[in-house]
Design a protein around this ligand. Structure first.
Ligand code: ATP
Ligand code: MG
Length: 365
């Protein structure tokens, strides 16, 4: 990936612009972690970047970075800038394009995110980022108090990086978190969720949650049930315990799933009827959140006599014929009854046996 990134910045330097790889890619590269996308900074303006990369485009929501998809990689190319006034503790409302890499690095959040690589592959580290990488420390670029007041998302980013990378927060960063944490209320739920998702899928979610609780973030993030999350192997499982679909954004599918998981949390997830009704995935997630044995759940699911209505040895037509009745509400009652009996091995899944049972039990209804 580095060779492709170097190729891309060379295209800019060949046009006499300065260009460096910066941010997450360099940080993760030095740590031996794979990155998904690559941030590039340059003194070329967005218009000039687009002259070099005509396929580049500017997403409207963003801060004037040009996105270029090349060599199968998503590059986010940002012009060196100074940021001035900030609105709502989040968005810089006034920026100025500049020519100077060092000045650009000063506007960034943490030292580990300021390390650059130039077109020769040389590491440029003006702000001691490599030292902090080695010491595993999240340290603010400049005054943390000021940085977090300007942009409150940096509070969550600090905790996210500490969680994902298993780093320590610098003392000054902790102080600034404690001072400015009420500002978290002003951030959009969408932005907050992006950071929280990254923590929850990281494999260190437990440590992240511990940190969030330590700094009483549950209050400011409106995650009242954060202290109820025990097992953390599933992102959707964590969110279903947090139960904040009224605030944080989720797709309808995810909402349905979380509702089912919450019901399944209260069921015995080895129980055949629970497994039949809520399927393997929902029960596995619920089971995981309760510390149950996933293999045993899967085994129990695979051993179900039936997995869907279609597996029953009788059809709706046969049920209606045997009861001499037209279709109606009663059918679901019959189905639920025989499904339960079959799942619990009280009735064999055989046509004559099921029909005899149905005739006996439901003829009078
Ligand atoms: P990742 O891409 O792994 O989430 P990243 O550090 O690359 O982490 P991006 O959001 O891609 O994060 O931002 C790229 C770089 O821009 C960061 O490394 C940092 O230098 C700077 N940056 C991003 N967000 C902020 C912010 N809120 N305040 C200051 N600098 C920021
Ligand atoms: Mg990035």
């Amino acid at each position: 990936m580095l060779d492709k990134a170097l190729k891309l910045i060379k295209e800019l330097t060949e046009h006499n612009y300065k260009a460096y790889i910066v941010g997450g890619f360099v940080r993760d590269y030095l740590l031996g972690i794979e990155s998904l996308d690559i941030d590039v900074c340059t003194n070329a303006t967005p218009r000039e970047i687009k002259e070099v990369f005509p396929e580049g485009f500017l997403p409207t929501e963003d801060y004037g970075s040009v996105i270029v998809n090349k060599y199968g990689i998503r590059f986010e190319i940002t012009t060196f800038r100074k940021e001035f006034t900030y609105q709502d503790h989040r968005k810089p409302v006034e920026i100025q394009y500049i020519d100077d890499l060092y000045q650009d690095l000063l506007r960034r959040d943490f030292t580990i995110n300021t390390i650059c690589i130039d077109e020769e592959g040389e590491v440029i580290d003006f702000l001691g980022g490599r030292d902090d990488l080695e010491r595993k420390i999240i340290r603010s670029v400049g005054d943390a108090d000021e940085k977090f007041n300007q942009d409150a998302l940096r509070i969550l980013r600090a905790i996210r990086f500490a969680t994902v990378l298993d780093f320590q927060l610098d003392e000054e960063v902790v102080e600034a978190i404690l001072k400015h944490r009420p500002l978290l209320r002003e951030l959009s739920y969408q932005r907050k969720k992006i950071e929280l998702d990254k923590m929850f899928v990281s494999g260190h979610a437990e440590e992240g949650i511990r940190m969030l609780l330590e700094y009483h973030m549950d209050k400011y993030l409106e995650l009242d049930k954060l202290n109820e999350v025990e097992y953390t192997n599933s992102l959707i499982g964590i969110w279903s315990i947090l139960n904040v679909e009224d605030k944080y954004p989720f797709s309808n599918n995810e909402k349905e799933l979380m509702k089912d998981i919450r019901v399944a949390m209260k069921l015995n997830n080895y129980d055949p009827v629970a497994l039949y009704k809520y399927d393997l995935y929902v029960n596995s997630v619920a089971g995981e959140m309760k510390g149950l044995d996933k293999k045993k759940i899967t085994e129990a699911y695979n051993n179900l006599v039936i997995h869907s209505r279609g597996d029953l040895a009788v059809s709706s037509e046969e049920i209606m014929e045997c009861l001499h009745r037209e279709p109606g509400e009663y059918l679901s009652e019959v189905y639920e009854d025989i499904e339960r009996e079959v799942l619990y091995h009280r009735l064999a899944n055989q046509k004559e046996i099921l029909l005899a049972y149905i005739k006996e039990k439901f003829t009078s209804i």
